[in-house]
Design a binder for this molecule. Structure first.
Ligand code: AKG
Length: 253
């Protein structure tokens, strides 16, 4: 698939762009129907049961699994990102977040705290592979929290990350639960404070977080993994700061 949907009619209204600036997130949007996502799910599960040639099983599988790359590069995602971050878009990472029944909480955090990119500019599309509801720990977020950088401290043992936003700086009273059907996604900024609760339900919740930046940002490839490369999703690599690779190809092509 050609990721660059030239002439695409997918775009954001001025009101939606303003809302992203005010709230730090936007959505949900539809990438595909739940039935279409069901068709992709078994390929994704198969990929997650095999080792990656690049990193660990759940990270950056867009580099070796075409169905994952196609989700990252989907025009419904890329064209909306372009309305917010401009015409040149660089895919530098993706992560599956698989939350099985009983899995721990992901603490309140800002993504920028953890990332080897400079300056820390990123837009994420979090795509629901499974249904994500409050019961099975959909993402919760704090509208407007992207306006300041929050210090992070060592996380408590009941959390799935090693660091978390300092609770003294986080007011969760206005938290919004981002419930999504399979195939829906939302967009958020690298400073938006977000969280997901322990999965106390009896069903899995899997999502794919697609991390996209712009050419002015230098990615520290070595801090990620050997052989790490970015892939242009749209436009041109105007700065040539990063090692650029190609999308994966289907077996037999
Ligand atoms: O899926 C989750 O539970 C957490 C996701 C997250 O923290 C992220 O996409 O940045």
């Amino acid at each position: 698939m050609t990721p660059d949907a030239a002439g695409s009619s997918i775009s954001l209204s001025r009101d939606e762009v303003n809302r992203f600036h005010v709230d730090g997130y936007l959505g949900p949007f539809t990438l595909c129907t739940p039935q279409q996502m069901a068709g992709r799910r078994s390929s994704i599960e198969k990929a997650l049961s095999t080792d990656s040639t690049f990193a660990w099983r759940e990270q950056s599988r867009h580099l070796d699994v075409p169905v994952v790359f196609d989700l990252c590069a989907h025009p419904e995602v890329v064209e909306r990102m372009a309305c917010l971050y401009g015409p040149d878009l660089v895919l530098w990472r993706s992560n599956f977040f698989v939350k099985n029944p009983g899995d721990k909480a992901i603490p309140w955090h800002q993504d920028r705290n953890y990332w080897p990119i400079e300056p820390p500019v990123n837009i994420t599309a979090w795509i629901a592979i499974d249904e994500a509801r409050v019961e099975n720990s959909c993402i919760q977020l704090l509208p407007g929290s992207h306006r300041k950088v929050v210090p992070h401290v060592k996380a408590t043992d009941d959390m799935g990350f090693e660091e978390m936003a300092d609770p003294a700086y986080v007011d969760t009273s206005e938290a919004v639960s981002m419930e999504l059907k399979p195939g829906e996604f939302f967009l958020f900024n690298e400073r938006l404070v977000h969280y997901s609760a322990p999965n106390t339900s009896n069903h899995r919740r899997m999502g794919l977080a697609v991390r996209v930046t712009i050419p002015i940002v230098k990615v520290d490839h070595e801090a990620l993994f050997e052989g790490h490369k970015v892939i242009m999703l749209k436009g041109r690599d105007t700065m040539m700061f990063n090692d650029v690779g190609n999308p994966p190809v289907e077996d037999g092509q």
